[in-house]
Design a protein around this ligand. Structure first.
Ligand code: KIV
Length: 265
């Protein structure tokens, strides 16, 4: 089976909405692959898998390990891997080396970076050298220490204008799509109209060209999630109930039962 490509995602601008989710392991990627156009190995892995409080501590080695697992589990979605904080911001060359290593060692087809207008040179440098780039504007979690937290962005008209400019710069520099996170629906719609590439919303607007959520959030793995997350399941309760049943059955010796034990006669 052939994987979707970055140009195919770009061609979906204004067409059928692009379905995206994050994944960090092979079995989840295998399930998502049937429904998703694009799977993102997000640096959210640091928070939702490794228990970090922000994405700042995520390393390139972590992204590569999870990227390899997601590539093994999927066969048709476009797989995009995040470049983590500190591996691309200071120069286009550093960004290229990080991105090339991720693509070489995982086999993924594109990378994502959090970007402002300052990143245009890096985006163009990567794209010219064969690396498809998805950009990420609005609430940029890697900048949470500057922003003062994970609050929605763009209440202030100057910041709202900056977010539109960031998205335009990302598109003009050659990004194949742009994630728009944590902004008002009105601002997300403005960004979608302003750029020629697909906008992928998260905490944004149904008018974006596609949507993404952090999969463990939408599956209900956590009690507290951002307002924009819709929980499509309650995995926390499902896992808790299963583990409680298991623990009780181990204690009262009803597990393993006859169906779960070998009998050689
Ligand atoms: O790291 C991530 O999961 C992301 C999504 C929130 C878009 O960047």
């Amino acid at each position: 089976m052939r994987r979707k490509t970055a140009p195919e995602i770009t061609a979906r601008k204004g067409q059928e909405p692009i379905v995206c989710l994050t994944a960090y392991d092979a079995p989840t990627a295998e399930i998502l692959d049937e429904y998703c156009d694009l799977i993102l190995v997000g640096d959210s892995v640091g928070m939702v898998v490794h228990g970090l409080t922000t994405t700042v501590g995520v390393t390139l080695d972590m992204m590569i390990l999870h990227g390899q697992a997601v590539m093994r589990g999927s066969k048709s979605a476009l797989v995009v891997v995040d470049l983590p904080f500190g591996y691309y911001e200071d120069s286009p060359e550093r960004a290229f080396n990080s991105a090339a290593r991720v693509m070489r060692e995982t086999g993924c087809q594109a990378i994502k970076i959090e970007s402002g207008t300052y990143a245009a040179e890096t985006i163009a440098y990567l794209v010219e050298r064969g690396i498809p780039v998805m950009s990420h504007v609005g609430l940029r979690p890697q900048s949470m220490n500057v922003l003062g937290g994970f609050r929605a962005r763009g209440r202030n008209p100057k910041v709202a204008e900056e977010i539109v400019e960031n998205a335009k710069a990302a598109a003009d520099a050659g990004s194949f799509a742009v994630v728009v996170e944590g902004v008002s629906a009105e601002l997300a719609d403005k960004v979608t109209k302003a750029v020629s590439i697909p906008t992928i919303g998260i905490g944004a607007s149904a008018g974006c060209d596609g949507q993404i959520l952090v999969t463990p959030d939408m599956l209900g793995m956590f009690t507290r999630v951002p307002k924009f997350v819709k929980k499509y399941s309650d995995m926390q309760s499902i896992i808790r109930d299963s583990v409680e049943n298991y623990a009780n059955e181990v204690k009262n010796r009803s597990f393993p039962g006859p169906d779960n034990t070998y009998k050689f006669s």
